[in-house]
Design a protein. Structure first.
Length: 130
């Protein structure tokens, strides 16, 4: 889960808070047409912004050049951020929804069949799979 407050606190160098409820929380990322109240949505075109009006996602990140086209607040719970580069914004935030770690941690920190050289240095938080 990702909260708007976390975006504002941890990534204000990339995202600019525009308006909305900083308590908003997203548990998934969706396209504008599939947005739901628990969604984080990225907007890069005016057409996507129009589609969004029929949904009420938790958090919206829109291309900075679209900021002037943002309609007046109709969903006060939605939190809006702007970003100069949508792909960069996606790279920063989509890691919060990545479950890849769960695939590798299912065996614990070190799988019984993994082979590690005796002089190897293992970094902190490293998981060794089969």
């Amino acid at each position: 889960m990702l909260t708007a407050q976390a975006i504002n606190a941890r990534h204000s160098d990339v995202f600019t808070f525009m308006r909305g409820d900083l308590r908003a929380a997203a548990s998934c990322c969706n396209t504008p047409e599939n947005a739901c109240p628990a969604s984080l949505v990225f907007i890069s075109t005016a057409e996507q912004l129009t589609q969004l009006c029929t949904h009420a996602p938790a958090i919206v990140v829109l291309q900075a050049k679209l900021a002037p086209e943002l309609p007046p607040p109709s969903q006060p719970a939605t939190c809006y951020f702007s970003v100069g580069n949508v792909p960069m914004g996606m790279a920063v935030l989509l890691k919060y929804f990545d479950t890849k770690d769960a695939r590798f941690s299912q065996w614990g920190a070190r799988h019984a069949t993994c082979v590690v050289h005796e002089t190897a240095h293992i970094g902190a938080d490293v998981l060794l799979g089969p």
